[in-house]
Design a protein. Structure first.
Ligand code: FES
Length: 147
């Protein structure tokens, strides 16, 4: 049912964790299943994504697609990262079963939410970036994290 690449990224997910003082953090929820994904981006002054980490409360397909998505955006520019769609991630994983396609959206949206956060923090506008509808912006949580 799952490709070897999906199984590999599910069993050995890359870039799991958090980044302290990340340039941008995005948390999104999947309306279909309620699963949650958080993405941390470390972006330098040249707009290159130096590091990326993710955490998820999601299924195996969400873990595998996020793992692959982090590999695809690491070391890339913001503009290049915007081209990492869920379709591109699925292709890199040699496909997903149709019932699991919605899981792959979490990774794409979490990256967009983290970029949105980065843009807001820096008072810039990223061409072509829209705020994901599934963005979960928890002010209370941010306050907690500030301590
Ligand atoms: Fe929720 Fe896959 S079932 S993300």
């Amino acid at each position: 049912m799952y490709s070897e690449k999906v199984m590999d990224h599910f069993q050995n997910p890359r870039n799991v964790g958090e980044i302290d003082d990340a340039s941008g953090v995005g948390t999104v929820g999947n309306a279909k299943c309620g699963d949650i994904m958080r993405m941390y981006l470390d972006i330098d002054e040249d707009h290159i994504i130096r590091d990326v980490k993710f955490k998820t409360f999601g299924c195996g397909a969400a873990v595998a697609t996020s793992s692959m998505a982090t590999e695809l955006v690491k070391g890339r520019t913001i503009e290049e990262a915007l081209k990492v769609t869920n379709k591109a991630v699925m292709e890199a994983l040699d496909g997903l079963p149709p019932v699991k396609v919605h899981c792959s959206l979490l990774a794409e949206e979490a990256i967009h939410a983290a970029l949105w956060d980065y843009a807001e923090k820096n008072g810039i506008k990223i061409e072509g970036l829209e705020k994901p509808k599934s963005d979960i912006h928890e002010d209370e949580e941010e306050e907690e994290e500030a301590y």
